[in-house]
Design a protein around this ligand. Structure first.
Ligand code: PGA
Length: 253
């Protein structure tokens, strides 16, 4: 088990720079409580705000990530942002393969190249996987997620270099959280997959749950077997809610 929970906020395409800075400042108000040292807390603002948010974060332990990157290092890719550019802003993490991008046509093969690019640039990729509702109805959810993991991870990756996020697509932004039984079942299957590939090192890959996480359900989810953190969308846009979720991830002494 990774020894601290990872609480990641995916701000998606929300907030002009001023809004992102205000949200960052609201989060930093609890900096003195040591919250960001007791658990790992990560924010992933839009690209446009990364540089300025990074400046705010330079003196504390709040972590910074991006929401995507291109596979190539540089070149004729109009409108794209390379992993090196993401790293250059001060980010240490990047979310890859989010279902909102997979729904837009991104394939696991493309995600795999992006994961390699993130590693090349010294970023920790957060690889997102998750089944559609029909997969679950057909009892294929575990196979679908296993296949996504296998086809999105580069052959040479090691267990210490990435984070996985299980996000059932039907639970994202819908207010419908997966049941604790569903989460336990899937996270156990994911851990088995990781152990098959990496042996006992697979125990140390942080596996996050995402999909309608909020203050009211965060504690229960965060302390389930094989859950090492959460990836939070909507509730991460409200500083008070996100702080409550982060507090739920602090281990009791
Ligand atoms: P949600 O989004 O918390 O709003 O459901 C989660 C995500 O997309 O990462």
């Amino acid at each position: 088990m990774p020894n601290q929970k990872l609480i990641a906020g995916n701000w998606k395409m929300n907030g002009l720079t001023g809004d992102c800075l205000a949200l960052t400042d609201d989060l930093l108000r609890v900096n003195d409580t040591g919250l960001f040292e007791k658990t790992r807390v990560l924010v992933c603002p839009p690209f446009t705000a990364l540089n300025l948010v990074a400046e705010r974060l330079s003196q504390n332990h709040l972590l910074l990530g991006a929401q995507d990157c291109h596979a190539a290092q540089s070149g004729a890719h109009t409108g794209c942002v390379s992993a090196e550019m993401v790293r250059d802003t001060g980010c240490t993490y990047v979310i890859l393969g989010h279902s909102e991008r997979r729904n837009g046509g991104e394939t696991s093969a493309e995600v795999k190249e992006k994961v390699s690019a993130a590693l090349r640039a010294g970023l920790t990729p957060i690889l997102c996987v998750g089944e559609q509702e029909t997969d679950r109805d057909n009892n294929q959810h575990i196979d679908v997620v296993s296949e996504q993991i296998d086809s999105s991870l580069p052959d040479d990756i090691t267990a210490d270099k990435f984070v996985l996020a299980y996000e059932p697509v039907w639970a994202i932004g819908t207010g419908r959280t997966a049941s604790t039984d569903d989460i336990i079942e899937m996270h156990e299957a994911i851990r088995k997959n990781l152990n098959n590939r990496f042996g006992s090192e697979g125990d140390y890959v942080a596996v996050l749950y995402g999909g309608s996480v909020k203050p009211a359900n965060a504690y229960e989810i965060l302390w389930l077997e094989n859950v090492d953190g959460v990836l939070v969308g909507g509730a991460s846009l409200n500083a008070e809610d996100f702080i409550k979720i982060a507090e739920a991830g602090v281990a009791e002494e």
